[in-house]
Ligand binder design. Structure first.
Ligand SMILES: *[C@@H]1O[C@H](CO)[C@@H](O)[C@H](O)[C@H]1NC(C)=O
Ligand SMILES: *[C@@H]1O[C@H](CO)[C@@H](O)[C@H](O)[C@H]1NC(C)=O
Length: 284
């Protein structure tokens, strides 16, 4: 019946072919001190628009376990889902907050992956340099200087936050002592870049009222210079030297930045509008 209706319509045939093929599986990773519970609206919104999509909310490193080192999390997730990420029909990844930079590292270090898109909801993609109010409440007296001293020690590099701490006033120390973000930004092998530029699309979502990602421009791959002026990614050395493929992807028009005002950090994965505008259009 449908085929009969479609007989003369190319658009209709294309639609049918898409339906027959189905949507690519989606994997979602939560943030720090967080769990799959807060990713449910993302899943529901995807299923509302694209029924029957296999959406997996990664149920690992929940709550306090999310402070485990980024490499340990990466290896464990790859062990469990590595075969899925090579699915011949392709897959899509979505990360919220720490989950986004975790997926960035996973993509850069997974050879022969078939990950088509990465969507990052307010992720510290170029790192964090700031003490959010919530952290000041739990660790009173914590300053940027103390944080840098502590976080760049080998002991603290076993913890996730320290892995993406990026002190722009002590860049040499970052290069020497960061065991995670420095390696993502300045990879020691060309494989990282090859893996990253295989992506077909990246959505970068963030906004100026985020109260945790400091500077918020980090969610768009921007960051501070040594004088604490924030620069967009296009002005950073890692972009200009294309150390991990960011410039290549951007020049190909594969990166879209989305900015929303008046969104607090915990609100990103709860906004149907933001999910519908910045993530859903890139899933297929
Ligand atoms: C959905 O994907 C997950 C992860 O690959 C897999 O374990 C599960 O079997 C899939 N479900 C269906 C219905 O295909
Ligand atoms: C490159 O960095 C990785 C960590 O990302 C490390 O495991 C590996 O040993 C390094 N390789 C070289 C050749 O330095």
């Amino acid at each position: 019946m449908l085929l009969a209706i479609c007989y003369r319509s190319l658009a209709c045939l294309i639609l049918l072919t898409t339906l027959a093929r189905g949507y690519k599986p989606v994997f979602v990773m939560h943030g720090i001190f967080d769990s799959p519970a807060s990713m449910q609206i993302i899943k529901k919104t995807i299923l509302h628009h694209q029924p029957d999509t296999n959406v997996t909310i990664i149920d690992m490193f929940n709550n306090f376990d999310s402070t485990v080192s980024m490499w340990k999390q990466t290896e464990a997730i790859r062990k469990k889902y590595g075969a899925d990420f090579k699915n011949p029909s392709g897959v899509h990844l979505i990360g919220y907050s720490q989950g986004g930079i975790l997926l960035r590292g996973l993509i850069q270090t997974t050879n022969d992956h078939n990950i088509h898109t990465l969507s990052c909801l307010s992720s510290p993609l170029m790192g964090e340099f700031g003490i959010p109010l919530i952290a000041q409440k739990y660790v009173p007296g914590l300053t940027l200087e103390i944080a840098t001293e502590v976080f760049y020690t080998p002991e603290w590099q076993e913890f996730s936050v320290a892995n993406y701490w990026n002190d722009p006033t002590q860049h040499d120390k970052f290069l020497k002592d960061s065991r995670y973000l420095a390696l993502l930004n300045y990879p020691n092998s060309t494989k990282d870049r090859d893996n990253f530029i295989k992506l077909k699309h990246i959505s970068l979502v963030g906004g100026p009222n985020d109260d945790v990602i400091l500077p918020w421009g980090s969610s768009h791959f921007g960051f501070y210079d040594a004088d604490l002026n924030v620069h967009p990614m296009e002005e950073l050395d890692v972009y200009q030297e294309d150390t991990f493929g960011l410039k290549t992807l951007n020049k190909l028009g594969k990166i879209n930045k989305f900015t929303y005002k008046n969104i607090f950090h915990t609100s990103w994965p709860k906004s149907v509008k933001i999910i519908e505008e910045s993530i859903i259009p890139y899933l297929d």
